[in-house]
Design a protein around this ligand. Structure first.
Ligand code: 0RA
Length: 641
């Protein structure tokens, strides 16, 4: 076959490849929702991060331009621009037009192909109406631009630059015929880029939002890497000891880093990453860490007589109570398993993490006996609380076994017994609960009124939680049990609807409820069973007609258009659910035909930030909470976490 034919065949393959990406974008970037839109940025940034991991790039600048195009510039070596003889074109063009070409060329350096969606720059290119790239190398600026992945022209030199300038600058405009959402969310990018900077110590990432009149800029640069990540995650909690324990090493060609520190909370805040990408379902690296932790602490506690020979061993759960930990591995060919491919499967990662953590943690404990004793004692307390909680739980279990499903007295249950048809309203206060009971559709709607504020689970151990009446009522009403007892098939209602006043107190109660659900029954949220009711803020009456408005914007819209501004309008501002009679409550908030429900969702990629948010809102420290509320006051309409 002649050279030209070969080139032609290649060309056809490339076009077919790009077409495939545009036809089934979800297969390559997961989704075409806001999430997929943001993945385009991560894809391009991750390529630059690989260059940083190889030791050549120190700074990455990410800019959201007016019109929501994105520019990512790095100061790495610059993508190779020379001829790729096999493909018959510039290596740069290969990178941007051939599927899965990322990193397969050029030798040397440490190349970790991205995790779940490490699909390469060509996918971003195929899904962009426009993409342009400049490479700075040896005093020249190389350039190529593309539309929907197809190059406008071959790579050309467009300018000279400083001899010592080097790097790559990419700008792309996501295709609005492919993405359902094309507006970038600054906070989403900010969180992810902060995380990337934590996971790549020494790398500086600057994010700039140039869409508004005043640019917004955040800079992330952590010399301490994941050690600083742990400090950040613990910032609203009291650390149990000042040191962040850090282990690092290379085994079986796997680079392992672990950082951890206990705090005075009761949650396990462990997050694991593979090649800088979070693994929400853990996997072998996490298993290796847990094994090492349990083994090492038990050995230490026994050897130092903190745990007597006749006492039972500490469980992993005991030791992880109040632990904040980051496990980060870099591995050349990660294998992902599980339904959502978010679980690391490489068996060698288990041994690598286990041996590195066991060895270095043992050494640390020997060198820091005060810290070691501190952690062991906290674990012993956890063990005792766990024992007390088990007894309390067994008691409720025995009770339910004896009395059948002993539903809480305050619950007005629905008559339909098929959970798929049923919903439960958790209502703040007895008076609103009364209206809701009158208003409801008895067949399918159950009402559980809660008295006052529910226990802040962020500040309580399991045994106290089991002792709390409001929480017990919810647990029995839902039917699923919690923690290791949790069984979604026992869920008695398809929808759990939190209905609180549309004021600050109501928002606080809703947050307490969400904290409880998030910590004890996260699956209910993950599987989309949890909702927030939306009561109206205003009632407008004119000539016996009635309108409801659910926000200030809506009120103004109604007054400007449908109703008209008129002195005879009667506008009532609702302060609480209690101000509505049963009929109004039904019409505005409960009627499945008319109401607005907000489904609460968890973005699996954002869990560490969700934890920070909950501890900011619910923890002991007042100052960070005030700051958070001030910073977010503008954005409160969005209650998803
Ligand atoms: C492989 C080899 C060389 C550079 C890169 C990859 C590279 C890739 C990307 C992607 C984004 N930014 C990047 N920067 C560099 C070395 C090429 C050479 O030495 O000529």
């Amino acid at each position: 076959m002649g050279k030209e034919n070969e080139y032609g065949a290649d060309q056809i393959q490339i076009l077919e490849g790009l077409e495939a990406v545009r036809k089934r974008p979800g297969m390559y970037i997961g989704s075409t929702s806001a999430r997929g839109l943001h993945h385009l940025v991560y894809e391009i940034v991750d390529n630059a991060v690989d260059e940083a991991l190889a030791g050549y790039c120190k700074n990455i600048y990410v800019t959201i331009n007016p019109g929501d195009s994105i520019t990512v510039e790095d100061d790495g070596r610059g993508i190779p621009v020379g001829m790729n003889h096999k493909a018959g074109k510039s290596a740069l063009e290969v990178v941007y037009t051939v599927l899965h070409a990322g990193g397969k060329f050029g030798g040397g350096g440490y190349k970790v192909s991205g995790g779940l969606h490490g699909v390469g720059a060509s996918v971003v290119n195929a899904l962009s109406t426009m993409l342009s790239v400049e490479v700075y190398k040896e005093g020249k600026v190389y350039f190529q631009s593309y539309q929907k992945g197809k190059p406008d022209e071959p790579v050309k030199i467009i300018d000279d630059c400083e001899l010592d300038k080097h790097g790559t600058k990419v700008t792309f405009q996501p295709d609005n015929t492919i993405f359902e959402e094309t507006v970038y969310d600054y906070d989403t990018l900010k969180q992810r880029l902060r995380e990337t900077a934590f996971l790549t110590k020494g790398l500086r990432i600057v994010l700039c939002d140039a869409r508004g009149e005043e640019p917004r800029v955040h800079e992330f640069h952590y010399a301490g890497g994941i050690k600083e990540f742990v400090t950040y995650l613990n910032k609203n909690k009291e650390a149990l000891y000042p040191e962040v324990i850090y282990c690092e090493g290379m085994r079986d060609n796997i680079y392992v880093e672990v950082a951890m520190q206990h705090n005075d909370s009761y949650n396990d805040g462990t997050y694991s990453f593979v090649n800088n990408i979070i693994t929400p379902e853990g996997g072998t690296h996490l298993a290796g860490f847990r094994n090492a932790l349990t083994k090492t602490f038990n050995a230490y506690a026994r050897a130092n007589k903190i745990l007597k020979d006749n006492e039972p061993a500490l469980t992993g759960e005991d030791i992880r109570e109040g632990l904040t930990a980051i496990i980060s591995v870099k591995i050349e060919e990660p294998q992902f398993e599980g339904q959502t491919k978010q679980k690391l499967g490489n068996s060698e990662a288990r041994g690598a993490v286990d041996s590195i953590v066991s060895e270095q943690l043992t050494y640390f404990l020997e060198q820091n006996p005060t810290v070691a004793k501190n952690i062991c004692e906290k674990s012993l307390l956890a063990q005792r609380a766990r024992e007390a909680a088990r007894k309390a739980r067994d008691l409720t279990r025995r009770k339910t076994a004896l009395e059948g499903m002993a539903l809480p007295g305050k619950l007005a249950d629905c008559s339909d017994k098929d959970p798929k048809n049923c919903e439960i309203f958790i209502v703040e206060g007895d008076s609103a609960g009364g209206s809701a009971k009158t208003a409801r559709s008895r067949a399918t709607q159950a009402i559980l009124p809660l008295r006052g504020k529910i226990l802040n689970v962020e500040k309580a151990r399991l045994d106290r939680i089991y002792g709390n009446n409001e929480i017990k009522a919810m647990i029995t009403a839902f039917g699923t049990g919690i923690h290791e007892d949790f069984d979604i098939s026992k869920l008695r209602y398809d929808k759990i609807i939190i209905m609180t006043d549309a004021d600050v107190d109501g928002a606080h109660i809703a947050t307490l409820m969400l904290t409880f659900l998030y910590r004890f029954m996260p699956e209910l949220i993950k599987q989309g069973h949890v909702y927030l009711a939306t009561p109206p803020l205003y009632k407008i009456e004119k000539n016996k007609n009635v309108w409801y408005a659910y926000s200030d914007d809506e009120l103004n819209n109604l007054l400007n258009n449908e109703i008209g501004r008129d002195g005879n309008n009667k506008i009532q501002r609702y302060k609480g659910l209690g101000e509505m009679d049963a009929e109004q409550l039904w019409e505005t908030t409960m009627d499945p035909e008319k109401r607005i429900l907000k489904r609460v969702m968890i973005d699996e990629e954002k869990t560490s930030e969700i934890d920070v948010t909950f501890t900011t809102l619910m923890g002991d420290k007042v100052e960070p909470r005030r700051e958070f509320i001030e910073e977010n006051a503008k954005y409160v309409q969005n209650l998803d976490i």
